[in-house]
Design a protein around this ligand. Structure first.
Ligand code: NAD
Length: 356
């Protein structure tokens, strides 16, 4: 470490249990620790079987299962879930699944203050943040509120064994994006930098193994460990240009969440590289590469992930509108965010040309 130190750091208060099998063997104990007796279990339609198994493990402490989580938490989906929680007299929620299920649990917590236990099955990292999101009339609003932060997180690598390889790769790179932006965030700190580098390294190590052998519990454990660290980085810092780009592309143009992060990250990092040399060097070390942005692009290509916004369905005629929206309410960023700069970044990401 060189130079004088100047930082503030808030420790994240969530409790974390990490163990194969923990979804079915540890969730009930976590509910008991929190004094919960009538828990509503949440999931998406595809995760309903796992949610029911978790519900069974809760025994009498389960008040019901609600398998209606949807991507980006539409407001009407949140309202129905809040009504159900109230009508059942629920005293807490357990969200089983990816960022969409956890997002629904956060929406309930935001409206009711009910405590949330998260049992993640992807690498989105939402479980480690106080960030909520709600979508209304095609526009996504996000905010930070300590009330939505899960009280307890149960990480079970066995839950991720069936995560399809394409989603494993893009969800893992989505997690890396949290760590990358945390490294150059205005409120970064030495502990965050350690977690970010370790998190990117764990995922960079595990993802190629998982692409070849998706049911390797050992590689699943390492990937989920990386996702925990990267999610912790997101929860503790302010998001930058990369996340703003993805929020606009997902919110306004309906592009899929993890895939969009995967395509945009190399270009966002290349854009910020001149203004954030220490962060880029840390990412390169974690990837065991000379230069981080092309290494991220190469990793995505090697693992069969999409590498252009055109592949994700964006139209060339949307680029100017997207650039305008990104600049109109720019997030904090190490390099000034200009409309020309963002348009050039988006054009390169649209075409999928190698970043430098
Ligand atoms: P997701 O939760 O929508 O899951 C994607 C798909 O994968 C779904 O169809 C789901 O059923 C399936 N799936 C999930 N786990 C699986 C498993 N183990 N095996 C097989 N299939 C599985 O997507 P996501 O990428 O996890 O989360 C994206 C959402 O989370 C977005 O709305 C995003 O904005 C939000 N998010 C929020 C934060 C935050 O801090 N608030 C952070 C990251 C993401």
């Amino acid at each position: 470490m060189k130079g004088s130190l100047d930082f503030a750091y808030d420790a994240q208060p969530m409790r974390v249990v990490f163990r194969p099998g923990a979804a079915l063997t540890a969730t009930a104990g976590e509910a008991e620790r929190l004094g919960l007796r009538r828990v509503l279990v949440l999931s998406g339609a595809r995760g309903a079987d796992t949610a029911r198994a978790v519900a069974d493990s809760l025994g009498d402490a389960c008040a019901g299962v609600h398998a209606e989580a949807k991507m980006h938490v539409p407001v009407e989906v949140a309202e129905r879930a809040v009504e159900l929680a109230r009508s059942l007299g629920a005293d807490g929620c357990v969200a089983v699944g990816g960022g969409s299920s956890i997002g629904l649990g956060k929406a309930i917590a935001l409206r009711t203050g009910l405590p949330l236990i998260a049992v993640p099955s992807t690498y989105s990292g939402s479980e480690m943040t106080p960030v909520w999101g709600l979508t209304e009339n095609g526009a996504k609003r996000t905010g930070r509120d300590p009330a939505v932060r899960p009280r307890s997180v149960v990480y079970d690598p066995e839950l991720t064994l069936e995560l399809p390889v394409p989603l494993t790769v893009t969800s893992g790179i989505n997690a890396m994006a949290h760590a990358v932006e945390a490294l150059y965030a205005p409120d970064t700190s030495p502990l965050i930098a350690l977690m970010a580098e370790e998190g990117v390294g764990a995922l960079a190590d595990a993802l190629p193994e998982l692409a070849a052998e998706p049911r390797s519990l050992e590689a699943r454990s390492r990937a989920l460990y990386g996702a925990w660290l990267c999610g912790s980085c997101l929860g503790a810092t302010t998001m930058g240009l990369h996340h703003k780009l993805c929020h606009v592309l997902g919110g306004t143009f309906g592009l899929p969440h993890a895939e969009t992060h995967t395509v945009v990250l190399p270009y966002a990092l290349a854009y910020n590289a001149p203004a954030a040399p220490v962060a880029v060097a840390a990412v390169a070390r974690a990837l065991d590469a000379e230069v981080a942005p092309p290494a991220l692009w190469e990793l995505a290509g090697r693992l069969g992930a999409p590498r252009s916004l055109a592949e994700l369905g964006l139209k060339e005629s949307d680029l100017a509108t997207a650039a305008e929206q990104v600049v109109s309410q720019a997030y904090a960023n190490p390099r000034p965010v200009t409309e020309d700069g963002v348009l050039a970044l988006l054009r390169a990401a649209y075409e999928g040309t190698a970043p430098v």
